[in-house]
Write a protein that binds this ligand. Sequence first.
Ligand code: ACO
Length: 332
Amino acid sequence: MIEDTGCRGARITGAGYYVPDLVLTNFDFEKIVDTSDEWIVTRSGIRERHMASKDQASSDMAYEASCSALRDAGVQGSDLDLIVVGTVTPDMPFPSTACLLQDRLGAAGAAAFDVNAACSGFIYALTVAQSMVSAGKAQKALVLGVETLTRITDYTDRSTCVLFGDGSGAVVLEPCPRGEGIIGTFMRSDGSKPELLYLPAGGSRKPITAERINNRETFVRMKGDGLFKLAVRMMVEASEFVLNKANMKSSDLNYLIPHQANIRIIKGVKKRLHLSDEQVIVNIDRMGNTSSASIPIAFGEARRKGIFKKGDKILMVTFGGGLTWGAVLFEY
Ligand code: ACO
């Protein structure tokens, strides 16, 4: 957990997102696995998701989202002194996706690193960057969530393949007077249940072998029902923690931007926080679950539509593999 003890504030001054052109609908999946549009919509709320082309990697999507966020903030790549990327689907184990991005953005004076916190990657990355900007260790930070989940999705497993999509979202973070911008943050983890969501092979425990490829161990495995039960509870816990710390109630919120994993999880959180449909930003129907990219994509889309107004209190909240969960509360 990070206490907000910085000597100055940090605020989001720009946002952008990118999703690939290729769209897979539920009807496309009816041709691939034994499923139906009706099952997918009822159980998850997803109607379509975007898929990266064969020659598109995470850093390519991250670059597009970054250019859009930098333009929005009026900041040059060369102005950046920090780049933090949340991802579990980097271009390669190393160099980090953040380092690849640093070069393409011409950010010669920037430190750059990735954060692996699964679906909580963006919230963790934003919290780390906020801490550094508040502490005076960074002046202009670029924070991203990016995923090419379709590369680690098993298209023979109907329980997972219908859920995931690709994309990237980015924000620029700059200093502001203390008390403005980001008001509160929360991060938690529980590593005792890795089997709920994991990628078995490809690391030092189980290097890739022909046998592991044949066993489909290079693809995501998920126990959806186990995660489902925890997700609502953890996301409500994270939300209430940051609200309490800020002496606020959920009734003080203008908008909630939840991780887009399942519409039923989103509705559960909405109900427990006593929010209306209009207060909750939802795009899972068009994006599917893009893991660490889901919150910055949803934020970037809503910002571009002009939904938010100055002074709005916005809460981003997430839950994902690890297990990890967290929240960021800020004034727009
Ligand atoms: N089409 C048709 N039937 C299916 C499909 C499908 N695509 N997938 C599973 N089924 C079947 C199952 O085989 C099962 O059949 P059975 O009863 O004959 O065994 C039945 O549907 C019910 O399966 P469940 O897994 O119990 O379905 P559930 O209602 O739990 O929905 C889902 C599955 C959508 C994955 C849900 O559990 C979920 O969203 N879980 C949360 C995931 C989550 O929180 N992720 C967030 C963190 S992780 C991240 O975001 C990357």
